[in-house]
Design a protein around this ligand. Structure first.
Ligand SMILES: [Zn+2]
Length: 77
């Protein structure tokens, strides 16, 4: 099960379907250098997995120590 709080960006919890970067590794371009942005398809996949795991009302928030799941974040805000 992906851990969305384990990495410097929540999207890194899933592998990238575009550049094949594994879990925890930033997306790369065609010559293997890190991309400025994570691939959009990876963000969509991460969002889908996040909702599967935490439900449609959850959000992930940046806190001083990293990332934290807020189960009702989308309802309250
Ligand atoms: Zn990628």
């Amino acid at each position: 099960m992906p851990d969305f709080t384990a990495f410097r960006h929540p999207v890194l919890a899933v592998p990238c379907p575009v550049c094949r970067a594994p879990v925890g590794i930033w997306c790369g371009n065609s010559i293997g250098l890190p991309s400025a942005e994570l691939h959009a398809a990876r963000s969509i996949e991460a969002e889908r997995a996040f909702i599967d795991q935490h439900g449609p009302d959850a959000a992930i928030i940046r806190v001083a120590t990293g990332w934290q799941i807020d189960r009702r974040g989308l309802i309250r805000d």
